[in-house]
Design a protein around this ligand. Structure first.
Ligand code: PRP
Ligand code: URA
Length: 179
């Protein structure tokens, strides 16, 4: 098994800053932007985005966490199912919702998240922001509006995102290849 580093600080910080500029550019007049990080690792990326956005906006965006475990189409096939909490302490009805995740691969997690989100209301608009887009790996017609880095990967490879918030000594994004 080989680990290739594909993104780390300080490039990660530049990437987050650029994504925030794009998110601000696309603000919709009169419509509040809120952030939903997808459990489990999208929540850390969402927190970083929210923190950076708050440096540039008069008001920090509201941020919540969404768990889509039981909406995944494969959850019954998995050996272990470990759901995380959903915490959305605000109304998403008629808001601009930015869904945030660390990796976009098949698109199945995002599809599940869109279903899970429906229980909380009908946003005016939903946009998707991902740190890593594994292009050519999609099973569903889902694409991101904001992309940190696109990587061309084999289906057998995996992207591993490590955040300091999880106890890692540095933020690192790896491409893992099995021999
Ligand atoms: O586009 P997809 O193919 O759905 O993959 C992307 C999702 O997979 C990962 O979660 P998770 O750790 O639950 O997936 P894994 O068990 O496959 O690594 C990752 O954090 C994304 O949420
Ligand atoms: O490469 C991948 C695919 C799905 N989920 C991940 O975290 N990495």
């Amino acid at each position: 098994m080989t680990h290739k580093l594909i993104l780390s600080s300080p490039l990660l910080e530049i990437t987050i800053s650029r994504l925030c500029q794009e998110l601000i550019e696309n603000q919709i007049q009169g419509i509040e932007t809120v952030i939903l990080g997808l459990q489990p690792r999208g929540i850390y990326f969402a927190e970083r985005i929210a923190k950076e956005l708050s440096k540039h906006l008069s008001e920090a965006p509201q941020i919540g966490q969404l768990d889509a475990t039981f909406y995944r189409d494969d959850y019954r096939r998995r050996d272990t199912v470990a759901p995380n909490s959903t915490n959305i302490p605000f109304i998403i009805e008629n808001k601009r919702v930015i869904l945030i995740d660390d990796v976009l691969a098949t698109g199945r997690m995002v599809r599940a998240a869109l279903d899970a989100m429906t229980a909380f209301g009908r946003p005016a608009k939903v946009e998707l922001c991902v740190l890593i887009d594994r292009i050519y790996n999609r099973d569903l017609p889902i694409n991101a509006d904001y992309i940190g880095k696109s990587v061309n990967t084999l289906a057998t490879e995996k992207v591993l995102v490590e955040w300091t918030e999880q106890g890692h000594e540095a933020d690192k994004i790896w491409l893992i290849t099995h021999p």
